[in-house]
Design a protein around this ligand. Structure first.
Ligand code: NAD
Ligand code: G6P
Ligand code: MN
Length: 434
């Protein structure tokens, strides 16, 4: 039997994970699940943990869900460790969004100044987890969902020196679920190729005869559901731009390709006290979800979870674990070491790319060189990420400032420095390295 540990177990996404494991039990025989959280998350852990146990009790399978605040106890002899924690909880995300917006800059969970600060808070914690794993479960796989997922995964390999890690995101899953219908196909009739970075990848699509159907999807994506996550405002891309690149950008590219309009929309919501930033909206959804989870009769994932941007995340997480365990070599889009798949980036850079997942982890599929427009963006973004990661590890203020200045969503100058300073003060309790 398999011992699975989930760090940040009090997350409202936990029922989504349980559903995915129940669905795959025959190929992935889990014996015990340990949900780990911290004192601040104790109440959430208790509520969602009991809900998780009810889901298993309603299934034909005998699995025990353990709830603990003792991470080391949980990690002992684990086979798979998934991470879905949020350092500072939603209140920290509210600051990441509101402080940049108050200076007229994008305030977003994983992009711009907010995304950088989330990395600063998160990377020291993930590196501590890796140190525990080296002692307590040296053969385990780490499956990371914690944002910013690409940078966190890169830091695990680069600074934690831990290679048995796979980073995940639901954005590619959503695209692969929604797009076939746009052109009257079934998912198994299309072949997907993704490359880039987490929340900054592009993809091409072929049919089973080897025909490139990317253009057909581009032509239809303006009239139907293209799988954009619930948290992103659906500002259309310029069609001529997509036709020129003959690739489909990810939902988050809107912040870069339509920066002016996306910022205007965010500022409008931020200034309207009845709407607020995304984290403020999510706080409401989360409260509703936990009210539902308290119901002792609820033993399946409620529909309301689809209001969260991370819907369908278990399809990636559970399929990745099942594919490693059973050496399935399934195509999954993951954050993993490049190894030449994207020749415009270094072999040791973590990229988000189509890969075959099996017993040895991820084998990234060669995508090939990008055209100058995409290559330019990608190299800026990856090297920005590297500055962020190193600053997160060393606490080097000058390097943090470099990351702010390079980031395309942060106009450089006095205001950028002021936003950095204000964020460092606001998050002081979670930034011992600075
Ligand atoms: P959340 O605010 O519910 O946090 C999850 C849990 O983490 C909380 O119960 C909290 O107490 C706990 N936690 C905080 N610090 C911890 C620590 N040091 N150790 C253990 N637990 C800790 O967050 P959420 O909305 O469920 O999201 C969880 C994480 O998943 C976030 O980082 C979020 O950005 C990420 N996420 C990723 C994707 C993706 O596509 N990769 C999608 C959705 C969410
Ligand atoms: C998206 C992403 C996540 C992101 C989340 C936000 O789709 O893939 O990485 O963090 O959903 O969702 P939320 O509901 O918390 O705003
Ligand atoms: Mn994501």
């Amino acid at each position: 039997g398999i011992k699975l540990v989930t760090i940040g177990g009090g997350s409202s996404y936990t029922p989504e994970l349980m559903e995915g494991f129940i669905k795959r039990y025959e190929e992935l025989p889990i014996r015990e699940i340990w949900l780990v959280d911290i004192e601040a998350g104790q109440d959430k852990l208790d509520i969602v943990g009991q809900m998780a146990q009810r889901m298993w009790d309603a299934s034909p399978y005998d699995v025990k869900v353990h709830l603990t605040l003792d991470r080391r106890e949980a990690l002992q002899d684990a086979d798979f460790v998934t991470t879905q924690f949020r350092v500072g909880l939603l209140d920290a995300r509210i600051k990441d969004e509101r402080i940049p917006l108050s200076y007229g800059m994008v305030g977003q969970e994983t992009n711009g100044a907010g995304g950088i600060l989330k990395a600063f808070r998160t990377i020291p914690v993930i590196l501590d987890i890796v140190e525990d794993m080296k002692q307590l479960c040296p053969d385990a796989w780490l499956v990371n969902f914690t944002n910013p997922s690409g940078m966190v995964t890169d830091a695990v390999i680069r600074y934690g020196k831990w290679d048995k890690v796979i980073g995940l995101c639901n954005v590619p899953v959503n695209a692969m679920m929604a797009e076939p219908e746009l052109i009257g196909k079934k998912p198994e009739e299309l072949i997907y190729s993704f490359a880039g970075l987490n929340h900054f990848h592009w993809h091409r699509v072929h049919d089973v005869h080897g025909q490139d159907v990317t253009r057909d999807i581009i032509d239809k994506m303006y009239d139907g559901d293209s799988g954009i996550p619930a948290n992103i405002h659906d500002m259309p891309f310029f069609k001529e731009q997509l036709q020129q690149m003959n690739m489909i950008p990810c939902g988050y590219h809107r912040y870069y390709y339509r920066a002016e309009e996306m910022l205007a929309h965010m500022l409008e919501e931020y200034r309207d006290p009845a709407v607020g930033t995304r984290a403020e909206q999510v706080k409401q959804t989360e409260a509703e979800l936990f009210e539902l989870y308290k119901d002792p009769n609820l033993d399946h994932k409620p529909e309301q979870l689809s209001k969260r941007g991370g819907a369908h995340y278990s399809d990636a997480a559970c399929e990745t674990i099942a594919s490693i365990y059973a050496n399935k070599n399934t195509h999954i889009v993951v954050s993993t070491k490049n190894n030449g798949a994207v020749p415009d980036l270094a072999p040791d850079d973590v990229v988000e790319v189509s890969a075959y997942i099996g017993a040895t982890g991820a084998k990234p599929i060669a995508f090939g060189a990008l055209a100058p427009a995409e290559k330019g963006w990608l190299q800026v973004m990856k090297n920005m990420e590297r500055c962020v990661e190193e600053a997160a590890v060393t606490g080097d203020y000058g390097l943090a400032l470099q990351a702010f200045i390079i980031n395309p969503l942060i106009p450089s100058g006095e205001t950028a420095k002021r936003v950095l300073d204000e964020l460092l003060i606001a998050h002081k309790a979670y930034l011992p390295q600075f």
